[in-house]
Design a protein around this ligand. Sequence first.
Ligand code: FEO
Length: 167
Amino acid sequence: MIGDRIEAALNEQITHEFFASQYYLSMSAHFERAGFPGFARWMRVQSDEEREHALRIFDFVNDREGRVTVDRIDAPPSEFGSPLEVFQAALAHERKVTALIGDLYRLAAEEADYPTQVMLQWFVNEQVQEEKIASDIVDRLRLAGENKSALLLLETELGQRQGEDAG
Ligand code: FEO
């Protein structure tokens, strides 16, 4: 069984993760339009990962005999700026998600819900990686500045990103 407060908070987090998936998909569409297929590919894989995050919590709530409520997802922005601005927005978003996971963890501790705490530990670690990766890309885009060769190199590198299914 799962407590009402935890159930409601986990359902909200499912919605946040689906929003993140839509947000990154919108960034992917932006990069396709702007002629950056490598960045577009990276964002598409990121979007798939966010959907997996949502489903990970979805499965957990079901496994605990809770009730999943699939909610409406707000539309993400559709207009973005330079690659640097887009990745800065992605980093800011990940920081927001880290704070949400922290709030959830605190609630699970308050409620002495140990299974939820254990499940959330995966997310705590994942957020460290998510922030680091986004922050490294922001640093490299800053360094590249107006240098088109450096930008192209990074674009090609990020375009190699594989989804989890592809290994
Ligand atoms: Fe699911 Fe990128 O946090």
